[in-house]
Design a binder for this molecule. Structure first.
Ligand SMILES: Nc1ncnc2c1ncn2[C@@H]1O[C@H](COP(=O)(O)OP(=O)(O)OP(=O)(O)O)[C@@H](O)[C@H]1O
Ligand SMILES: [Mg+2]
Length: 220
């Protein structure tokens, strides 16, 4: 049986040693899967995505990405996985203010010493209709445009897995619909996407839907 792209097993995570946020997460994500993780404020969505995205470590449990347990890697090993295999879209776009749109998208490719960085940044700018904004800084573009730049940046190194943490939270309804449509297009191209949201628009996606409740994931 081929292994899933991502497999999380018995993930537990607490903060300050007492607040148990995740209590035995089981999750498998295949290539091309669209998965929505639905949960109220404080249910642990960001905590879960941070673990899956190599931004934090669980107290116990395993996270296999393509069969490799990323929780056992050194911090530099995890940084490499994060850079090359995972695209992360944050609630707030997290773009670097001192860099232009073009430079923001280019940065992950520079860090990974990608050989086709210039061609790829041109392609991504065109793909997302950002060519005219390429030389602007984040404060000179709209919030909706910033999120598109964040998606382009997340795709820079052709990640196998895209993690999106409430990416529509600061968007108006039309921009939110646009962004969700964009994620759906990316999924149809074969990417695995895990979207954490409590935006009711996300419920319209024909994706697998999991609820995060009391630290566990359950089908909705
Ligand atoms: N670094 C931290 N230190 C201590 N407690 C934390 C930390 N990060 C999150 N928590 C707590 O863990 C719980 C889950 O937080 P988390 O941010 O994962 O929830 P969430 O589902 O993403 O919420 P939201 O919808 O508001 O983004 C909350 O009770 C929060 O206060
Ligand atoms: Mg959150």
């Amino acid at each position: 049986m081929p292994t899933a792209l991502l497999q999380a097993h018995s993930l537990w995570k607490s903060y300050d040693g007492h607040l148990q946020v995740l209590r035995g997460i089981e999750l498998a994500v295949d290539r091309g899967d669209g998965t929505l993780v639905w949960g109220r404020n404080g249910s642990g969505k960001t905590t879960l995505l941070n673990l899956l995205g190599c931004l934090d470590l669980p107290d116990s449990g395993s996270i296999l990405l393509d069969g490799q347990d990323i929780t056992t890697l050194s911090s530099s090993g995890r940084a490499r996985v994060r850079l090359n295999q995972i695209g992360f879209i944050f609630q707030e776009h997290n773009l670097l203010e001192e860099l232009t749109v073009r430079q923001n998208i280019l940065l992950p490719m520079r860090l990974s010493r990608s050989s086709d960085a210039e061609e790829r940044v041109d392609w991504l700018l065109e793909r997302f209709g950002l060519e005219d904004l390429a030389e602007r800084r984040p404060r000179e573009i709209s919030v909706g445009e910033s999120q598109k730049v964040a998606v382009a940046r997340a795709l820079a190194n052709r990640p196998r897995l895209l993690l999106a943490d409430e990416p529509t939270a600061s968007l108006d309804e039309e921009s939110a619909r646009d962004l969700l449509q964009l994620l759906e297009e990316l999924r149809m191209e074969g990417r695995a996407i895990l979207l954490a949201s409590h935006d009711s628009l996300a419920m319209d996606l024909s994706w697998r839907k999991l609820g995060l409740l009391e630290g566990r994931l359950k089908p909705l």
